[in-house]
Design a protein around this ligand. Structure first.
Ligand SMILES: C[S@@+](CC[C@H](N)C(=O)[O-])C[C@H]1O[C@@H](n2cnc3c(N)ncnc32)[C@H](O)[C@@H]1O
Length: 296
């Protein structure tokens, strides 16, 4: 593939062809994203002056990125950014790349927040902070305070950068630790309005079958746990009863075929009086919500 300096339009065509040859899905879109990243512009910026020539340095940088992409390194790790809820998030290989399905989790949580009243929200497994930051940024209620945790220190470093970039770091406090243990120094039992989590939920079997760009590059810790992929959900359901206020909600994302088992776990806990399931864009049951009554 010839990468001698040429203009934007020609470079896009060459790059698209290369990506297509390596069966990269949406080769035109990805060519635009890679070139826009190299030229420090956005996709529309490329078309403002398509006859502009690339410098040899930019051409070489694009060539390197394309080679990495053809080795299945995810696009978001190459550009260092991923869009979620219309906001741009910094990502690297320490964090899961935010997925569109998780927007259902955020929209459901936003719908449970009424204006004005102060809210205490707990997020478990924050990764790059996309859920916590979106809630703080997009909720009309500016009295919400979010305690977000992750077991990965590296993920929390990225989450802090995203919270700062979106100017919500005053409303998000980050904690490192294993699920609820992260919050052990806070005196917040029975005070939380909403607990939200997109925990790792890929089963052992599904993990083996994941596409190369996911399995080889995204953190295993963020993807899978236990044989059935529901070990963390189970622990969250158990621990939620200690932290939620009566009338508070637990909102969790889940995987394909997990809804039946998770519904049973919520019912068995005996302190959720209303359980709702929401589908994603592909009509797969994706989010489960339980309203907390009181522990008997
Ligand atoms: C599926 S990712 C979700 C990341 C992000 N919230 C999102 O929705 O894109 C799960 C996250 O949970 C974290 N995690 C895994 N096990 C954990 C544990 N035992 N305690 C706390 N966090 C954990 C992982 O490091 C990862 O960041």
């Amino acid at each position: 593939m010839n990468y001698t300096p040429s203009n934007i339009s020609q470079t896009l065509t060459i790059t698209q062809k290369l990506l297509k040859k390596y069966r990269i899905p949406q080769p035109r879109l990805e060519a635009e994203l890679l070139l826009a990243h190299c030229l420090k512009t956005d996709r529309t910026g490329l078309y403002r002056n398509p006859s502009r020539c690339l410098t040899p340095t930019k051409s070489a940088a694009l060539k390197k990125l394309c080679q990495k992409r053809t080795r299945n390194i995810p696009m978001a790790y190459l550009t260092g950014r991923q869009e979620f809820m219309g906001l741009s998030f910094k990502v690297n290989r320490s964090v899961l790349i935010p997925r569109p399905e998780t927007e259902i989790l955020v929209e459901t949580t936003l719908s449970l927040i009424t204006p004005q009243k102060p809210y205490l929200i707990m997020e478990i497994g924050t990764g790059c902070g996309n859920i916590a930051v979106s809630l703080a940024k997009l909720s009309r209620n500016k009295k919400i305070k979010i305690f977000a945790s992750d077991i990965s220190t590296r993920a929390l470093t990225i989450a802090l950068q995203n919270a700062r970039q979106h100017q919500v770091s005053d409303r998000i406090k980050l904690f490192r630790g294993d699920l609820f243990a992260a919050f052990k120094k806070l005196n917040i039992a029975g005070q939380i309005d909403l607990i939200v989590s997109n925990p790792p939920y890929v089963s052992e079997k599904e993990y083996q079958q994941l596409p190369a760009d996911v399995k080889n590059y995204e953190p295993r810790l963020a993807l899978t746990t236990g044989k059935q992929g529901m070990a963390i959900h189970q622990r969250i359901i158990k621990g939620a009863g200690r932290y939620l206020k009566p009338g508070g909600h637990l909102i969790m994302e889940m995987g394909i075929d997990q809804v039946g088992h998770l519904k049973k776990l919520l019912e068995k806990a005996n302190y959720f009086d209303k359980i709702i399931v929401l589908p994603d864009y592909r009509k797969i049951s994706r989010v489960i919500v339980g309203r907390f009554t009181r522990k008997s």
